[in-house]
Structure formats: structure tokens, C-alpha cells
Design a protein around this ligand. Structure first.
Ligand code: AMP
Length: 284
């Protein structure tokens, strides 16, 4: 496994691999890797000749009051894990390498940026799209692996790739959860014991959705019930919304593919999660 920090060096390696007709799988991350990230890496290693994992904390996608400075950084630990998982290259550039000039280009997908997480995190998805476009131009991946944990991001990147005819296929990987049901996230490290216990209400709300869906409650009523349950568990809810899985459009007619999106703070830590009605029906 090679750890590469410069764009020219990774480009050289990619060119060499492509000349040998190798397929490239790519997993973009911000590091502090957990089993969730590693499930993406596993998918890539199993389905491509070469796997590249990028570790880059992208300042463009953090707002002024967000946790860019305190976001955990663990390149040594991450490298050991990735080596065990048979990664071929880690691309871990410095901020100045990716942004040697401040980009002036703007990317906007209004119907997808101005909903859910994008309502409060102004500029976030624009920053995500710029860095992903840059990384895809550098890595030239055949396949890019993204988690359903960041479902809105996944749909946005699918649209970006389609609209700009980027020659990479996006593979969506299911959310990996801890034994207690909390979706794995690098930010879970911030949670105290009690904050973590409160956060479990997010996953447990699946049982309530299952009950209400079976009783044919309206979308509005289900959203309100879940909002109230989360609030009672000391979470500060940013949104609870049910939307269509492929378009992220609001829906009034529920079906098993409809998806519930939740963002809530436990203490100061912002958590997101999502699941389909079908996943709620399967919840014990
Ligand atoms: P991040 O390092 O948070 O930017 O995440 C990098 C990639 O890992 C994104 O595509 C995430 O959706 C994915 N990811 C993060 N947590 C999980 C999880 N618990 N299960 C599956 N994928 C995840």
C-alpha cells in the first residue's frame, strides 16, 4: 500500500494502472475510519483491481461555526486499518495541495441543496460537490463507493455525475450500525455516555414508525410523533422528514420505499440517520 500526498504522484500511479487495464475503485473519506467506512473499502476491494481511499478533511464543506478545526485526525491508525483491508493507495493530500487556489467555480443543484441538511448547512453541498469533482478528476475511478448514511450527499453526487457526464459509477453501500443501533460516524467520538444513550432514540424510532405506518397515519402525523419522541429523549431536532428515496421530493403517499430523514443534536454533536419504511417494518 502506498500513501501519496501529491496530485502528480497519484496521477502517475493511476495512469500506470489504467495502462495495465486495471479497474479503479475509489472511496472518498474524511478519515478517522470505522467499520462503516471499511464496509465501503471491502466492497471496492472485492469488485475492482485497485482501490484508492482518499483521506481529506475538506474545509469548503464546513460552515464557519462547524467542527473543521476539531474534526478528529488519525492518519496513522487509518493507514494500519486500510493496509489490513488490502487498500492499494491512500491519497491524503494537504489542504493547500487540493486548494492551491481558492476555487471560483460554483456548483448548485437547487432542488437538492435547499432541503434537509442543506437548509441549515449553507454552502455545505457546494463544497462537497467541488471536492468530489476534483477528486474524481484526479482519481478517474471506474467505481465510487458512497454510504447511504449520508443519503442526501449520495443523491447529490449521483446527479452531479450524471449532469456533468463524469465517467464513474456510483455504488451505494448500506448504513453500518453499532450493536446498540446507532449509525457509525466519526463524530460519535464526541458523545458522552448519556448523550449516546439519548441518541439511540433515533434508531429506536423505527419501531414507532412501523406502528404508525400500519395504522395508516399521515406523513405529517408520523413526522410530528417522531419529532416529539426525539425531543423527549433530550435531542434537539433539526428535522424529521419523510421523502421519496430517489428524488428526495416530499411525499404524501407513503410506501415501503419512502424514506425517513432525521438530523438531531445530542449535546453539541449533530447526528444524521435515515431509513426506509421497509426497514422500519423489519425492525423488531
Ligand atoms: P466521511 O468520512 O464521514 O466523509 O464518510 C465517508 C464515506 O463513508 C461516506 O460515503 C459516508 O456515507 C460513508 N459512511 C460513513 N459512515 C457510514 C456508516 N455508518 N455506514 C456506511 N457508510 C458510512
Amino acid at each position: 500500500m502506498k500513501i501519496i500526498k501529491s496530485i502528480s504522484e497519484i496521477r502517475k500511479e493511476i495512469t500506470k494502472q489504467k495502462c495495465n487495464n486495471k479497474t479503479i475503485g475509489f472511496v472518498p473519506t474524511m478519515g478517522t475510519l470505522h467499520e462503516g467506512h471499511l464496509s465501503l473499502v471491502k466492497e471496492s476491494v472485492n469488485n475492482n483491481d485497485i482501490t484508492v481511499v482518499s483521506i481529506f478533511i475538506n474545509p469548503l464543506q464546513f460552515g464557519p461555526n462547524e467542527d473543521f478545526n476539531k474534526y478528529p485526525r488519525n492518519l496513522n491508525e487509518d493507514s494500519k486499518l486500510l493496509q489490513d483491508f488490502k487498500t492499494d493507495y491512500i491519497f491524503a493530500p494537504e489542504t493547500e495541495t487540493i486548494y492551491d487556489t481558492q476555487p471560483s467555480v460554483q456548483i448548485n443543484i437547487p432542488e437538492l441543496f435547499n432541503i434537509l441538511c442543506g437548509r441549515k448547512r449553507i454552502g455545505h453541498f457546494s463544497g462537497v460537490c467541488i471536492v468530489v469533482t476534483k477528486l474524481l478528476n484526479i482519481i478517474q475511478a471506474n467505481n465510487i463507493y458512497m454510504g447511504k448514511k449520508d443519503y442526501q450527499q449520495l443523491i447529490i453526487i449521483k446527479k452531479l455525475v450524471k449532469d456533468l457526464s463524469i465517467n464513474s459509477k456510483i455504488i451505494a453501500v448500506p448504513i453500518l450500525r453499532d450493536k446498540d443501533g446507532l449509525a457509525l460516524s466519526s463524530r460519535n467520538l464526541y458523545l458522552s455516555k448519556s448523550e449516546r444513550l439519548n441518541a439511540l432514540a433515533i434508531n429506536k424510532s423505527r419501531a414507532i414508525i412501523k406502528k404508525l405506518y400500519k395504522k395508516s397515519y399521515t406523513v405529517k402525523k408520523i413526522e410530528k410523533e417522531i419529532y416529539d419522541v426525539l425531543t423527549k429523549n433530550n435531542l434537539e431536532v433539526e428535522y424529521v422528514e419523510i421523502r421519496e428515496s430517489t428524488t428526495l421530493k416530499k411525499t404524501e403517499k407513503l410506501n415501503e420505499a419512502s424514506r425517513i430523514f432525521i438530523a438531531a443534536y445530542s449535546g453539541k454533536t449533530r447526528l444524521i440517520d435515515n431509513y426506509t419504511i421497509k426497514e422500519c417494518l423489519l425492525f423488531l
